[in-house]
Design a protein around this ligand. Structure first.
Ligand code: DX5
Ligand code: ZN
Length: 221
């Protein structure tokens, strides 16, 4: 049985109480905190920068999984690592020199992750298997929370799982977008071991978060 990790996306949190929201999901059983960084250019939405990451860093010791939906990413890698990112994930679609970006993330002291949009084939990671610690399969088009899971991506998750197993390296396979208690089982059966969930975790008041996370975990395991 796969040990599944749940990474609540704070994009769905109440931003007027962000630190408390991070503490609440940490107490509720989260494994990672997923931070969605958007630039209004690579994706049609704007969210948060390194100062906010540094601010919420005080709210928990859980690893921060920082998903950069920005182009270019390189000028901001160091700042996000200094702000407290443990994993920094970038999109190959966001710039021409993704191998350099992955090296810069590792040199800065974080784990490098590579995120693939729904329209990007699994094969793009093949030459980069040595350089990544996490692969993120997007199951919505990035930019917004609360979108519907794109079923066609299950085959790509299966292909990525085969590639990771063949590599012999310990690479996390994370899935992001439309993850909830209804979709989690198919996603984990396809090979994922880290589930990002925004709207399915931050629903109801904070007293509901533990059950929201547990429901996804039960469905997945
Ligand atoms: C979308 C983000 C996701 C988003 C997921 O661009 O990368 O992390 O917050 O939200 P839900 O879980 O609501 O689909
Ligand atoms: Zn994300």
């Amino acid at each position: 049985m796969t040990q599944v990790r749940i990474a609540p996306s704070i994009l769905a949190a109440d931003f007027s109480r962000l630190g408390e929201e991070v503490s609440a999901v940490a107490r509720a059983g989260a494994d990672f905190i997923h931070v969605d960084v958007m630039d209004g250019h690579f994706v049609p939405n704007l969210t948060i920068g390194p100062v906010v990451v540094a601010g919420i860093r005080k709210a928990t010791d859980l690893p921060f999984d920082v998903h950069l939906m920005i182009s270019p990413a390189d000028p901001f890698v160091q700042a996000f690592v200094e702000a407290g990112a443990d994993v920094v994930t970038v999109h190959p679609e966001a710039g021409p020199h993704v191998h350099r970006t992955l090296q810069a993330i590792r040199a800065a002291g974080a784990k490098p992750g590579l995120a693939l949009n729904p329209g990007t084939p699994a094969e793009i990671v093949e030459p980069l298997m040595e350089d990544v610690d996490l692969i993120l399969a997007m199951t919505v088009n990035p930019g917004f929370g609360g979108q519907a899971f794109i079923e066609s991506q299950l085959k790509k998750i299966e292909a990525l799982r085969r590639m990771i197993d063949a590599s012999g390296r310990s690479i996390m396979l994370e899935v992001d977008g439309g993850v909830n208690a209804q979709t989690a089982k198919r996603i984990v059966d396809a090979g994922a071991d880290v589930l990002v969930a925004g709207s399915a975790v931050f629903k109801g008041d904070p007293s509901a978060y533990a059950e929201n996370i547990a429901a996804i975990r039960r469905a997945a395991e």
